[in-house]
Design a protein around this ligand. Sequence first.
Ligand code: UD2
Length: 298
Amino acid sequence: TIIITAFLVVGLVFLRNYTPYRNSRPDVPTTSLWLAPIVWDGTFDVKMIDNIYKPKNITVATTVFALGKYVRFLKDLLESAEQHFMVGYRVHYYVFTDLPDKVPAVTMGEGHRLTVIKTAGSNRWQEISLRRMELLEKLIKNELMNKVDYIFSLDVDSKFYSHWGAESLGDLVGVLHAWFFGSYRNNFPYERRPESQAYIPYEEGDYYYGGAVIGGRPENVYKLAKTCRMQLDVDRSNQIEAAWQEESHLNKYFLYNKPTKLLSPEYLWDDTKWKFNHMKVVRFSQVVKNYAEIRPNP
Ligand code: UD2
């Protein structure tokens, strides 16, 4: 009996460790209820992914908004991106700013380049955050459609800490907000006032998505940005501003237009947050900032 048990144990350990089809992350959900993958460390093989995407010769446009004092975050964001973000792929950064002279000179890797787009500033941070949808919509329509393969829109007050590659690409990509991952949906900070276009009733909703990362194919990100911009316009004419500005509208959009790929909180962490065991790696994270000092208004 002892010998048979020993054989069984060794066999099970072997199967668990060596079959390529084992579930490598039983500690976290790796698909959504509509079968979109949720990307966690251990669920993909970088080499295999690169073998698929590298021959496609793709270009990834990446938009960053840095208005007012937020220009100070550009250096760390861009320098860390050059170390970790889509290395080996063509990347075209588009930096929207009211202070083009303050955009730092960062050495770009092969196939990476940066375009600065002069943008009007604002004395309300909410306005800046909200206007991103409109500017993204225009940029895609006027420049990116049919020219680039994928788009990411990223918050500037952030930094890359580890590999972020082609495993993140998809038709429509959202990121699970670090602070609300695993929470019951009635605790999500969705907009709860029916008067707003971003309204999501209690007992509805799948996840709470962070507004700091939006991704996908140009036509899909265009549709998202346009829809959110139109709903923001309606809210504005009704003199209502959603609880978390464009993030609330994004959450409404994703409820009815499900993302085809979800990035785990590895792709949008928060430097101030204590790490759970399931967080094997932090790839991209919000840096600590003093809101009172950095924002143009309270
Ligand atoms: C959350 C979201 C953010 C956005 C915001 C809306 C996450 C992690 N963050 O962040 O994406 O949805 O809520 O309320 O999901 N900006 C400037 N200059 C300014 C103010 C803002 O350039 O003076 C830009 C900048 O790109 C910044 C972004 O707007 O990263 C969002 O502003 P925030 O970082 O102050 O918003 P926050 O931290 O509340």
